[in-house]
Write a protein that binds this ligand. Sequence first.
Ligand SMILES: [Zn+2]
Length: 339
Amino acid sequence: MSDNSSLKETDIRPDHLMIEQQQRYKADVVRLLSRHDEFVFVNCPACDSSDSHPRYDKDGINYVTCDRCRMMYVNPRPTPDVLEFFYANSENYAYWNAHIFPASEEARRERIFRPRAERTLDICRKYGVSTNTILDAGAGFGTFCEEMKHLNIFERVIAVEPTPGLAETCRQKGLEVIAQPIEQVTLPSNSIDVVTSFEVLEHLFSPREFMQQCWRLLAPSGLLILTCPNGRGFDVQVLETLSNTVDAEHLNYFHPAAISQLAEACGFEVLEVTTPGKLDAELVRKRALSGEYDLSKDPFLQQVLIEEWDRVGSAFQTFLADNLLSSHMWLAARKRSEI
Ligand SMILES: [Zn+2]
């Protein structure tokens, strides 16, 4: 990793703010676990099987792997009520909204949201969808919706954001906002051309309900475009509990076949699943170099990630991304007219 990209990483996550954020996050986890006796058991979010086996625990949360489709998920998990309480009172999200997002918005816009908007537009063009209305579920700070408005392709851009402070930020940016979880949105059926949702699915109690609601809202042949972690991607599989992706807020760790199965079951035709991640190898390498992850029993990874990093690191990451093995996943799916 070059000095230049380290600097950019700090632009996105300013060090002095991230230390405080970690404290807020820990307070959130304590608050979540204070209602652990209300957690409930669920079937696999992808294939609905009830058969699973324990994978590991982290911060008092139990992770299991589905015996049928091998998706990892949190079980037992907080109910929708507990999750609503958690996000409404989250110190972490309030802190992001008040400090981290404002301090890093321009860097985020350039590195994350503009490329995300352009990729979304590429997918829309590739599959030839109508461009009247786009709805972003989990709009957060509203930067993606702003970028979509700037691209001036869709006549109407709707931000759906349930966290009150973030919804207010979206409103102040002049966006059309619905301050509810997507599952509760009462817009007419068949009224949206494209639903986007970035890094939301992993947080949800019921990804199935979420997808069913997206299906209801979408016009016939409308597109669902979403991103979420790939639980069978390189850094999540290798680092396990050391991975930042494995955290108390992330309940669902889909993988390419699992997300496809759920989308098909909810009435979608899967157009593409990709894993265009750029950071897996670097994330594992960093943990190895800092001594947190021990590569001594894994001479091959030691060779690729440390000894011959300059020669093969970039090609190795490209191999992961090109073969559905990166931990960052995109899905594009089209609404079928009938389930
Ligand atoms: Zn399963």
